[in-house]
Design a protein around this ligand. Sequence first.
Ligand code: SF4
Length: 151
Amino acid sequence: MMIRAGKRDEVLRSTSMWMCTSCYNCIVRCPRELPITHIMHGLAHYAQRLGLAPKEQPTAKFSQLFWKNLVKKGRVNELKLGLSLYFMNGFAEGVKTSLKMQNIGLNMLKTKRLNVMEVIGGHGCKDAKGLQAILNKAREIELAKAAKHGA
Ligand code: SF4
């Protein structure tokens, strides 16, 4: 409704789309069969590209850290992702959170839920260069689209 009311900036600065957990309930239940999940993701991505994504919103920060972590090697390094989450609000808070979570980390190591290989970089997908080529092409297409539509 806000989009239809022309409230572009309010929509793009909103935190709503960053709360979406991709549960797809809305798509399943929408009587008009609107692809709401995809709209949420599209809006989040668009807001991010325009630099309008809320900086302090925790799920927005998480999404950005997750994406950065994932695109490097095509697989998520859970250890690095966890640490970057702990330290996302500064060094002091990172140390405090790490100490608070140390027992969980140790138990995860003991039960092999945390891969020690991740400490030394982890493993990537088979064709990391191919993945980068795909992502670069997608960026190129997006920039061309944005230029065409004046975004
Ligand atoms: S917008 Fe849809 S997919 Fe996202 S959390 Fe809400 S119901 Fe789930």
